[in-house]
Design a protein around this ligand. Structure first.
Ligand code: NAD
Ligand code: FES
Length: 279
């Protein structure tokens, strides 16, 4: 059982939880993920690690309440326990040794993962341009935290209610077109965002890492649920990733596979009891 130490609502749909998990905290690295199961009826859900504190023995997760399991998790409070919390899983993000300037792109709740990537790079004295995109001002998360770990922070909103109006890809393109040289770009967010970030960087031959979150079941390379096609080969995001060279990922196939379970994911929250049911 894993105790929830801190719970913070970041916006209407996004929750941060700091969970007591000393063995995971000891080994966790940016880019890796955990799989949790709220209770014995819960599904196994992967979440990329948003932060960790080796001394306190805690791991931070940030999640959007979109399906039945994340709804169930969001109903727990500080002091409550999560049944299973397994990790760290997957391969930690690998950057080339001699990089000097990186653009880290976060889309919506993907900023929860862009943040630790930026933090890790910034702490190694690498210049970080962090480009964070949200639909509107109300759902902006982690602005202060992202500012503290970036050389330049660019916020965009689709409707222009905060920061620059438009998508993250527009800022990235502007930066590149104005002569800014990035050694690597890291993109974490919705699949279309990662696909279009790759379309911007490919003609300039800028190495682009994307963090994929396909459907996962066992998280150990056995079920095949998380398979993705990379450079024409089948890879398993849970053991070969979740980070891949974005220029080699078949995003169209990934979008079709990820859409297959959307109808099963819809959760019903009972307005009388607050209970969560599938379907
Ligand atoms: P969203 O749909 O609100 O989009 C966020 C931002 O991404 C937009 O404001 C825009 O700037 C950019 N964007 C979206 N579509 C784009 C397009 N077609 N072209 C260019 N830019 C585009 O995001 P959301 O609803 O918060 O969802 C976040 C996504 O991130 C989810 O799909 C989630 O699965 C994913 N995610 C991944 C990880 C991971 O570890 N890989 C972690 C957390 C979230
Ligand atoms: Fe089963 Fe990756 S989750 S193979």
């Amino acid at each position: 059982m894993f105790k929830i130490i801190t719970k913070r609502q970041l916006n209407d749909q996004v929750v941060l939880m700091e969970v007591e998990a000393p063995f995971i905290a000891k080994k966790a690295q940016a880019g890796q993920f955990i799989i949790f199961r709220v209770d014995e009826k819960g599904e196994r859900i992967p979440l990329t690690i948003a932060d960790y504190d080796r001394e306190k023995g805690t791991v931070t997760i940030i999640f959007q309440t979109i399906g039945a399991s994340t709804q169930r998790l969001s109903l727990l409070n500080e002091g409550d326990y999560i049944l299973d919390f397994v990790g760290p899983l997957g391969v930690a993000t690998h950057f080339d040794k001699d990089i000097k300037k990186v653009a880290v792109i976060g889309g919506g709740v993907g900023c929860a993962i862009a943040y630790p990537q930026a933090k890790m790079l910034y702490n190694k004295s690498i210049e970080v341009d962090l480009i964070a995109g949200f639909r509107n001002k109300e759902i902006v998360i982690l602005e202060k935290e992202m500012k503290n770990v970036s050389t330049n922070l660019f916020i965009t909103t689709d409707d222009g209610s905060y920061g620059a109006k438009g998508f993250v890809t527009e800022v990235l393109k502007k930066q590149i077109d104005s002569g800014v040289k990035y050694d690597t770009v890291v993109a974490i967010g919705p699949i279309p965002m990662m696909k279009f970030v790759c379309d911007v960087t490919k003609p300039h031959n800028i190495k682009t890492l994307v963090s994929l979150n396909p459907i996962m079941i066992d998280g150990t390379g056995m079920c095949g649920g998380c398979r993705v096609t990379v450079n024409g080969e089948t890879k398993y995001a849970c053991v070969d990733g979740p980070d891949f060279d974005g220029h080699q990922v078949d995003f169209d196939e990934l979008m079709i596979r990820n859409a297959s379970y959307h109808s099963n994911e819809k959760a019903h929250i009972c307005r009388l009891t607050g209970g969560v049911n599938n379907g």
